[in-house]
Write a protein of this length. Structure first.
Length: 113
């Protein structure tokens, strides 16, 4: 696992910030997942395993750093971070990601107005 993906896996935002500041690629792929796809998965898993409310700090931070919520690097893979969040019921991540890009009901980018 790359250092940035490890920081996401352990929900270590300060370390993730340092790694991105030092040049880690916000669109880095490991195991077929971008950092943002991984973040959505970690946030959902944390909620499922602990029963604590969903949180969106990893997702929001990666979006703020330029991560693309519609990127899907693995053909036939997990789908975009936005698709995964919708599919798995991470409504909070969906709301935040949709605020970063205009999307239609099919999850496709729509032209800027």
């Amino acid at each position: 696992m790359t250092p940035a993906h490890d920081a996401v896996e352990h929900e270590d935002l300060p370390r993730l910030r340092t790694l991105l500041d030092e040049g880690a690629d916000v669109e880095e792929v490991h195991g077929g997942l971008t950092l943002l796809q991984h973040a959505v998965d970690v946030e959902i898993d944390a909620h499922t395993q602990t029963g604590e409310p969903l949180h969106v700090d990893l997702t929001a931070y990666l979006l703020a750093r330029g991560a693309d919520p519609l990127a899907s690097p693995a053909p036939g893979g997990a789908g975009s971070a936005l698709h995964t969040a919708r599919l798995r019921g991470h409504w909070l991540a969906v709301a935040v990601m949709e605020a970063f890009v205009r999307v239609d009901e099919g999850g496709h980018r729509t032209p800027e107005l």
